[in-house]
Design a protein around this ligand. Sequence first.
Ligand SMILES: [Zn+2]
Length: 413
Amino acid sequence: MRVKKERIEKDLKDLARHSADTGGKGITRLPFTPEDEACRKEIIEKFEEAGLKVYTDGIGNIFGRREGANPELPPVMIGSHLDTVINAGIFDGPAGVVAGLEVCRTLNDLSIKTERSIEVANFVIEESTAFGKSCIGSRAIAGVLDYDELAELKDKSGRSLQDAFKEHGVTKKEIEDTRREKGSIDSYIELHIEQSDNLIKAEKPVGIVTAIAAATRFKVTITGQASHSGATPMDERKDALCAAAEIILGIENIAAEEAGKDTVGTVGNVVVKPGAINVVPGEAELAVDLRDINKQDKNRATEKIIGLIDNVGQKRNVRAEYVITASDTPVPASTRVLDTIKEAADTIAIPHLVMHSAAAHDAAYIAEVADMGMIFIRSYGGSHNPDEWAEFEDVAAAVEVLLEAAINLSSAK
Ligand SMILES: [Zn+2]
C-alpha cells in the first residue's frame, strides 16, 4: 500500500480529541462550539503541513488545495465533514476529510504532479443534530440553501441558525457567494463509513456506492374523539390511536411488499393525546420517513401511503390529514466516477461490494455541481453512536482505492 495507515490513525485520533465532555461516551462536536473551532484549526494546520493551500468559502467550508500542473482546470475534490452527532464515534465525517489529506500526502511522497488540482473539503454542519437540518455547507455550494429558512432552524437554546451565522460574519451575501457553478468542480469523491452492516455481511472492507437514497417525510395528524374509556361502547368510538396503528402497519406493508426492492418506511415517532389510561385517544400524530434510491418506486410508495391515510380515515370515521415535510430526490453516482472507482479497486485488488447508500451525505448535494462518487468503509457498531468502529486496515484500504481513483481523475486533461 502506498497510503500510510499510521498517519490516518493519528489524524483521526488527533481530531477526536476535540470534543465536549461526554463522560467517556464517544465524542460530541457540534457546530460553533469551542471544540468545533479547535478541530477546524487543527485540520487547517494539517492541510498546511501537507503543503496544501488553504482557503474557506463564504459559509465557512474549509478547503486544502494541492495545485495541479494545470490550475485552470476544474479540480478533483475529496471531502466530508468534521461535525458530529452527540456521543458519536471518531469516523463518521472525519474519515472522509483525513482520506483526502492522506491522498495528497501520498502524492507528495511519490512526487506525483497531477494535471488537475486536488482539493480536500470539510463541509460545515453536515449533521442535523444542532439545528435540525443536514448538509448545510454542501447545500450552499449547490445553491439550494434557503437563507430565510435559516431563521426557522433553532438549536436547543432557541438561537436560530441565521443568528449563529450572523455572529460569525455569515449573512445572506456570504451564503449566496458560496454557490458554485455546475462543472466548476470536475469530480467529487466522499469516503465514509458504512452506516449499516452490508459490508460486514459480505466480508468486504470497501463499498462502492451507486446511488444515495433520499427521503420523503410526512407528518400525519389523526383527529378522532377523546371520550371515557369505560363509558364509550366499542362501536361508538373514534379512536385516533387505533387508526394510527392501522396506518403504521400499512406503511410497513407498503415498504416491505408493495413498493420497490430498496424501499424502506418507518414511523419513528407517535404522539398520543390526551395520553391517559382511561381516555379513548382523541388525537395521534405520526412522523413517517420513507426512503428509496429509485425515484419512481419512492413516488409510488408515497401515493400508496396517501391512499392508505385517506382510507383509514374514512373507514374509522376520523379526520386523517398529512403534510409532506420533505421530498428529496435520490441521487445516482456519476457513471464516469463510479467506473473509475471500480476500476481502481480492481487494479489494486481491494475486495469490494457495489452497493447503495441508505443514508444521506454531502455528496448528494455536491452532485449538483460535480460528477460524484462515494466509497464506504466497513464499520462495526453502525454510526451515530460511541460503538461505531472501523479497523484502520479497512480505512487504509478504502483510502488506497481513493488514491488510485483520484490519480486517474486528476490526470485527465
Ligand atoms: Zn457523516
